[in-house]
Design a protein around this ligand. Structure first.
Ligand code: ME8
Length: 666
């Protein structure tokens, strides 16, 4: 099986870890665990970027020596990943000797390739980005558009890397590797940046000391991005000759190894342009893929210290549960797109998908196994039509979730898994085990309970990369051991199913106890989230019910409608199955929406400016189902998706929880 080497960015230690860092690290952990379940040899690297002007200045501001400062700051990161159950195999710090020596070796290889020359630099530099900036990239007053702070004018002696020479080679490489960067939209941005022509890059600094000395020229320190990027190779013991560094041989030099860098969109250029060029120059292999994810806002706002919404992940995980936080982050945010962390949505998803969806499925079925079969799961030798359908749904979920995880779309994998959960809950509604129990129909009850437990077993494996702790608890309740992936053994539940017959269920505590309004208020208070504004101040609330005093309300513009008028509008819940842009339109998306009918409907929605197609898939939306079809840009739209707002404050109307597609909205 192909080895899998995956990395997070190495984070700057000028501040403590926040939820954005946690998002990258959790995604990386999920993908590693998935590869493990598939039986692949894996290696997960994270670490810290400890050099550079930004860190040096921060240390000095605090009156500390840089080394003492970075040593102190490393601990909260290490503790955070442990608390979030992110099991990295290595944690590299760029101040470690093992990194410094090999980073210098890479620099030396670039020199030997004839790609480094001495010169003098004069340009704008943003310390926040640790990057030189083109004048045309800056806002008025030479302000960095990302950090909103003025750049510094820097003039100093420097070594330069002949980046310009690598432009054509990079373009050729991109052409030959159409999936090198995901998502595609960002890949296109990278390609145009390179196609516009690259300038040589300054790769050393002489005006400060906090960095790795350039080999043979100790008055220079290596540019912090060159230093940092090489961590992906140095942590494996590379560059090295075959046989010298086994990890490097297995995970980097080996052309079979799949090397994936998970990064935020802010640092894509460094990974997709500079890093491959450095590697080409040093004669080393290139990564297989750079996966750029989007940016998280917090309750709709940019995260920043001044807004007081800098969200550290550990207290949050302690309050809501590690697995719940992991699940929420991976489900809520479409990988590759910007997303919002909202405490309210977290609770809503928890109640809808975890408590009512998965937890409830388990609770609905175990008591019957205990009551009728002494807790022993019965064989399912003669599945009926409904059981065959449920098994088919599980098989489909396994294939889809696998495909989405291979394509690094964890949110879509969760959609596929939770469709199985919803399907299994519907199966329970249809088979009505409580009636079978009352009537003493034990044959049918055995079929029903085992069919559900089989589905739960499949979910416990597929959801394990996201929620390892909860999935092991779930497995314990259905008599299965904790999941312990082994190299070489694929455990993904494609086929055959895990044998559950003969195992004994052990009903334990509820996996996901519901959070009611009171508990939610307490949780939000504990997390310091302001309660939502009340709809209207008490003394302005209408004193009597609408039916008692209709005349006191101003009649709406256009007059009242009767209930019968309203009932003419057939509002339905629709589940978006697919979404794609409509060619020649910057407004429209073409959706396939499941309304519980034989075929999903095609609906055109003017939401493209606010929603990426990926972000729509799996959403439950409100659809006007009996609107006369109409043609738009050559496509027939068979309904309308409801939305509210305009500009940035715009949202399609959604529905929480696993309500079945086609349900009437009333
Ligand atoms: O850039 N939403 O380190 P860094 C989502 N040291 N992800 C976020 C985020 C947010 N609001 N904020 C941060 C560096 N991230 C360099 C990297 S790699 C060789 C060197 C995540 O501490 C995201 O992954 O500024 C982003 O790319 C990374 O943290 C930046 O971390």
């Amino acid at each position: 099986m192909k080895p899998f080497y995956i990395t997070t960015p190495i984070y700057y230690v000028n501040d403590r870890p926040h939820i954005g860092h946690a998002y990258s690290t959790i995604a990386t952990d999920v993908l590693t665990r998935f590869a493990k379940v598939r039986g692949r040899p894996t290696r997960f690297l994270t670490g810290l970027d400890e050099h550079g002007l930004k860190i040096e200045r921060r240390a000095r501001e605090l009156g500390k020596e840089p080394q003492a400062f970075v040593d102190e700051m490393a601990t909260p990161f290490q503790e955070a990943w442990k608390a979030l159950n992110c099991q990295h195999d290595d944690f590299i710090r760029t101040t470690e000797p093992r990194h410094k020596e090999r980073a210098q070796a890479i620099f030396q290889r670039m020199v030997e390739a004839g790609d480094v020359y001495e010169g003098e630099y004069e340009d704008w530099y943003c310390v926040g980005c640790e990057s030189f900036k083109l004048e045309r990239e800056l806002l008025e007053g030479n302000v960095c558009p990302d950090h909103k702070k003025p750049c510094e004018r820097i003039k100093e002696k420097s070594y330069f890397f002949r980046l310009s020479k690598y432009g054509p080679k990079l373009l050729e490489f991109y052409e030959a590797h159409p999936h090198f960067v995901a998502p595609q939209g960002r890949y296109n941005e990278v390609k145009s940046f390179v196609a516009e022509g690259l300038r040589d890059l300054s790769i050393s600094r002489t005006s400060f000391k906090w960095g790795i000395p350039v080999p043979g020229a100790p008055e220079h320190v290596m540019y912090v991005w060159l230093d940092a990027l090489t961590n992906y190779v140095t942590a494996l013991g590379g560059p090295a000759e075959p046989g010298e560094a086994p990890l490097y041989d297995r995970f980097w030099a080996n052309p079979e190894s799949q090397v994936v860098h998970i990064v935020g969109k802010d640092i894509l250029r460094f990974h997709a342009v500079y890093w491959p060029a450095f590697l080409m120059s040093a004669g080393l292999r290139l990564p297989s893929q750079i996966q750029a994810h989007g940016w998280l806002t917090i309750n709709g706002e940019k995260m920043s210290k001044s807004l007081g919404n800098f969200l550290p992940p550990v207290p949050l995980a302690e309050a809501v549960g590690v697995d719940v936080l992991r699940y929420y982050l991976m489900r809520e945010v479409g990988f590759g797109y910007d997303g919002d962390f909202s405490h309210k949505n977290l609770v809503a998803r928890y109640n809808g998908e975890l408590a009512n969806g998965l937890g409830n499925l388990l609770n609905r079925i175990l008591p019957f196994v205990e009551k009728h079969f002494g807790g022993v799961i019965q064989p399912l030798d003669e599945p009926g039509e409904l059981e065959i359908e449920l098994r088919e749904a599980a098989r489909k979920a396994a294939f889809e979730a696998n495909r989405h995880l291979e394509e690094v779309l964890p949110h879509r994998a969760l959609d596929a898994i939770w469709e199985l959960v919803a399907f299994a809950n519907r199966y329970v509604d249809r088979t009505e085990p409580w009636k079978l129990s009352k009537n003493g129909d034990e044959r049918a009850l055995a079929r029903c309970t085992t069919a559900i437990i089989e589905a739960l077993a499949a979910v416990s494996v597929m959801a394990w990369p996201f929620m390892p702790g909860k999935c092991d608890l779930l497995r314990a309740q259905i008599g299965l051991p904790p999941l312990e992936p082994e190299e070489g053994a694929c455990m993904w539940p494609f086929e055959p199913r895990e044998t559950v017959a003969g195992k004994k269920v052990v009903k334990g505590e509820a996996l996901f106890p519901r959070i009611d309004a009171k508990a939610e208020a307490a949780l939000l208070e504990k997390l310091g989230v302001k309660p939502a504004e009340p709809a209207a101040p008490k003394d302005e609330a209408p004193k009597a019910k609408l039916a008692d005093e209709p005349s006191k309300l101003a009649e709406p513009e256009g007059g009242y409608i009767t209930f019968d008028d309203f009932a003419k509008v057939d509002l339905r819940l629709g589940l978006v199955r697919s979404a794609e842009p409509v060619p020649k339109s910057d407004k429209l998306l073409r959706l396939k929406v499941d309304l519980g009918e034989a075929e999903p409907r095609q609906i055109l929605a003017g939401i493209r400016q606010r929603y990426a197609p990926e972000a729509m898939v799996g959403r439950r939306v409100v659809v006007v189902a009996n609107l006369a079809p109409r043609k738009l840009l050559g496509f027939t739209s068979q309904g309308m998706v409801l939305a509210v707002g305009d500009g940035d404050a715009f949202s399609v109307l959604g529905v929480e929880g696993e309500i079945a597609p086609g349900s009437r909205v009333s």
